[in-house]
Ligand binder design. Structure first.
Ligand SMILES: NC(=O)c1ccc[n+]([C@@H]2O[C@H](COP(=O)([O-])OP(=O)(O)OC[C@H]3O[C@@H](n4cnc5c(N)ncnc54)[C@H](OP(=O)(O)O)[C@@H]3O)[C@@H](O)[C@H]2O)c1
Length: 218
């Protein structure tokens, strides 16, 4: 399974790249600067103790990846995708992990989107044939990066494209201690993105850092 990261040099890209590489996926780290991606990949490989991740430009990464995680700041997801529009193949699966939130006086606030969610805003800007899945919105990046700690939580997936959702779920199953759950169509991102605000508020109230979700009864 070839998994790429557009903007894989940040905290979220690092966490996901480490987890997928450790799980045996072929991981390609993309950046606007191939050099920056190479440096980040070297650092991630040091953490893994093996050379499993390769860094390159976003353009190169898009040319060979099957599933591409958009790990850029929430308000840069649309510009980043539009900047690479010419390199989006119809068979590509894009995964949106973004959560539109800002901190005001130390408190997280959801930034309302006219489309309902950041995932739905993105859907309006990409060609219809591109398969879009929302995932990993509710798991803190630093918890993903701590690869020696089992996650023991659920990954909520949402999409209007069933086969694409199933393929992303298959990739998530590679990672031990993670369970993918089908949360419904893309509009379910409205709920998932707000659940992240809840998780951060729980962290604050209980003085923890790694709050995440696991559903009982399924
Ligand atoms: N942090 C968390 O715990 C967490 C949890 C769930 C979801 N998320 C989501 O994960 C996403 C990434 O978060 P992050 O904290 O990793 O972000 P970040 O560190 O601020 O940025 C990640 C990377 O995005 C690239 N980038 C920035 N602006 C860009 C642009 N205009 N066009 C193309 N690439 C651009 C940069 O890579 P280059 O300069 O190398 O190109 C940067 O290293 C966000 O949407 C966030 O909502 C985060």
């Amino acid at each position: 399974m070839r998994i790429g990261f557009l903007g894989g040099t940040g905290e979220e890209g690092r966490g996901l790249a480490l987890r997928f590489a450790a799980a045996g996926a072929s991981v390609l780290l993309g950046s606007r600067s191939a050099e920056r991606a190479g440096i980040a990949a070297d650092q991630y490989n040091m953490t893994l103790g093996r050379s499993l991740i390769r860094g390159t430009s976003n353009t190169d990464m898009l040319a060979t990846s099957e599933i591409v995680y958009l790990t850029v700041p929430f308000d840069q997801v649309v510009p980043a995708v539009l900047a690479n529009r010419g390199d989006l193949r119809p068979d590509l699966i894009l995964v949106d992990v973004s959560v539109p939130l800002l901190f005001r006086e130390g408190r997280p606030e959801y930034v309302d989107q006219v489309e309902g969610s950041n995932a739905e805003a993105l859907a309006q800007h990409i060609p219809q044939e591109i398969q879009l899945v929302g995932a990993f919105k509710t798991i803190p990046a630093h918890v993903l990066s701590d690869i020696d700690t089992p996650l023991f939580c659920d990954v909520f997936l949402c999409s209007d494209n069933g086969p694409a959702l199933a393929r992303v779920a298959q990739s998530v199953r590679l990672i031990p201690s993670l369970r993918p759950l089908d949360a419904g169509p893309l509009r379910a991102a409205r709920i998932l993105e707000r659940m992240t605000v809840l998780a951060i508020n729980l962290n604050k109230r209980y003085k923890k850092r790694g709050a995440r979700f696991r559903v009982e009864g399924i």
